[in-house]
Design a protein around this ligand. Sequence first.
Ligand code: GLU
Length: 376
Amino acid sequence: MAPTPPQTLVIKIGTSSLTQPETGSLALSTIANLVETLSHLRRVGHRIVLVSSGAVGVGCARLGLAERPKDIAVKQAVAAVGQGRLIRVYDDLFTALQQPIAQVLLTRTDLVQRSSYLNIERTFQALLSLGVIPIVNENDTVAVDELKLKFGDNDTLSALVASLVRADWLFLLTDVDRLYSADPRHNPDAQPITLVNRLEELEQMQVQVGDRGSSWGTGGMMTKIAAARIAIGAGVRTVITDGKSPYKIEAALQGELLGTQFAPQPRPVGARKRWIAHGLIPMGKIYLDDGAVQAIQNAGKSLLAAGIAAVEGTFEAQDAVILCDRAANEVARGLVNYSSTELAQIKGQQSEAIETILGYPCPETIIHRDNLVLTR
Ligand code: GLU
C-alpha cells in the first residue's frame, strides 16, 4: 500500500473484544493483532493513542468472579487489580516489537479545570512526540461514580481524548462490523450503513444497533453513536468497526470504507473552545427559538435573552450549558453569563429590559460568541 501522510489516530477497544465472552479471560490473539497493527502504524509515522477498557473485566477474571460486581467499592477494587494486569500484557506485547507505551488514567473532573485540561493536552503531545503509544483508561479506582462526574463509558472517554489531541481519526472497535438499517439477524432487507455524512441521516433511519454492551463491559451502540457525535463535532473522522480485524485500520486510512464511517465537521478553532465543548461538564440546557438557532449557527451571533424559549437544570453564571433547538437537538455549548434563576426571569425578553427586570446592571449577552462553540 502507498504510504499515507502522518496522522493522529485514537483507537478504542472495548472489553467485549478484549476478553473471551465465556470466561472473561483475555482474547490474546485479538490483543496481539491490535498490538502488531498499532506498532506498524506508529513505525510508518502515525501518532497513536489507544483507549483500552478491560480493567474491570480482567480484574474479575483474575479474582475468579462470575459477574461484574454491582457494589461500587468492589468494582473500583477489581478495576485496580485488572488495570495493572492489563497494562502488563500490553507492555509485554508492545515491548516484543520495541514499541514504548505509557499508562494514562483519567477522570472526568481532570478535564474541567482549564489548567489541568491544558496540562493533560501537553502531556499527550509530549508522549506522542517521543514516539510513545499512550494507553488510556478511565481511572476507575478513584473516579466518583456519579452521573456527571464520570466518563461512564470508554466510548465517551475516547471521543473526548480524540478532541483533546486533535485527532484526525477515531476508531471505535467493537463486536459488530458496522451499523445496519435493521437487525441483520432477523431482517434480510437490512442494509449496511457505510457512510454517515450528517447524524440526522441516522436519526431518520430506523437503525438497529442494540443498545446493550457485553456482560463484561459497559457501553453498547448508543454510546458509540453518542461518542461519534462528540468526535465529529471536534473535527474527528469516526469509524465504528469490528475489533477482530484491527489490521484493516490501515485500509481505512487509504480511503477504504471500513465499518460505518462518520464524516467530520469543521474543527472548533483553538484549545479554549475545545475545552468549553469537551472539557467542561454542562450543568443545564437552554432551548432556543428558531431565530436564535439561525443566528448562532449561520450568522456567528452571540446568544441574547430574546431567543431563549426555555431553561432546564440549575446552574450558576460562568457554568457550561448545552444549547438545543426546539426539537431538543444539541446545537452548541457555551459559558453562560447568567444563572438559571436569572434566565427564568429574563428569557424571551429584549436585552434593554433585563436591567429593569433583575434590578442590577447586567451583561448584554447571555452567551458571548467567544464563549460559544457550535456542536452540530
Ligand atoms: N473503564 C472500564 C474498564 O476498564 C470500561 C468502561 C467501558 O467498558 O466502556 O473496565
